[in-house]
Design a protein around this ligand. Structure first.
Ligand code: IPE
Ligand code: IPE
Ligand code: MG
Length: 248
């Protein structure tokens, strides 16, 4: 076992880890390569981190793979990413299934090309009975898109007299988010030295512990995950209370 892993308290692990996988483009440029080369290598990190989370029996892992804003990137990169997505899903679905991993997708899937949607739906179906790690891919996702969608759907229910305005509470809103089945992430990791949320899980991250590392996503491995977990375990999560209240 790795020395770092030995220090991780297995009884105090987060149930849900969310990751902004950033830095593929810069990683590639630093090697004199095309940005797509970075995305390609980012898949290795995904495999490694999914495996690491499954070994630790983490229940939920959300990976930010593509934001609604990422559609505005140069066409060759968007197309390259879609093709990478499809080949990766195709290559990995069997191994996900064998490892009892259940795949979920959150985001505006109507934006995805038909062939990608089809591949994803198959993978969702194949892994739908699995009860181990829930791997949630945020694809064509943004927090504002999700909240707007939730508000529209709630308004629709009110308009058709299926919901009373007075009865709308946080649980109602929760039900209309695309993450309604999942608990909020306790730990959010962003790689590559950017200190921002970039429209990720805006509502769900309300009380998440944020962890930033300079490591570029294609270099991120289990050891880096353990470092993040150790950091997380040294935090005092107060949820608005005083330190005395939560430690006493
Ligand atoms: C993250 O890496 C992957 C996606 C956003 C799809 P980037 O492509 O953003 O890499 P940098 O930030 O430009 O280095
Ligand atoms: C956030 O990264 C989205 C994903 C990692 C999928 P970006 O690289 O798109 O974020 P910004 O543009 O630097 O904020
Ligand atoms: Mg980036």
């Amino acid at each position: 076992m790795s020395a770092l892993l030995e220090k991780v308290d297995q009884s105090r692990l987060p149930k849900h880890i969310a990751i902004i996988m950033d830095g593929n483009g810069r990683w590639a440029k630093e090697k004199g390569q095309d940005r797509l080369f970075g995305h390609f290598h980012g898949v290795e990190s995904v495999r490694n981190i999914v495996e690491g989370c499954a070994e630790l029996k983490i229940e939920y892992l959300t990976l930010y793979a593509f934001s609604t804003e990422n559609w505005d990137r140069p066409e060759y990169e968007v197309v390259g990413l879609m093709e990478l997505l499809v080949t990766t899903i195709r290559n990995e679905v069997e191994s996900l299934d064998q490892n009892n991993i259940r795949l979920h997708v959150i985001g505006d899937l109507s934006m995805l090309p038909e062939y990608a949607r089809k591949e994803l739906n198959e993978a969702l179906e194949i892994t739908s009975k699995n009860s181990g790690l829930n791997l949630i891919m945020a694809l064509s996702y943004s927090g504002r898109w999700e909240l707007l969608n939730a508000v529209k759907n709630i308004a629709w229910e009110v308009k058709h007299n299926r919901l009373n305005v007075e009865d709308i509470d946080q649980d109602t809103l929760q039900q209309y988010l695309c993450t309604s089945e999942f608990p909020d992430p306790e730990l959010m990791i962003r790689t590559s030295g950017e200190f921002r949320i970039s429209n990720f899980l805006l509502y769900q991250l309300a009380y998440a512990e944020l962890y930033f590392t300079n490591v570029r996503w294609p270099d991120f491995r289990k050891e880096n995950l353990y470092e993040a977990l150790l950091d997380f375990q040294n935090r005092e999560r107060r949820f608005g209370k005083t330190g005395e209240q939560v430690s006493g």
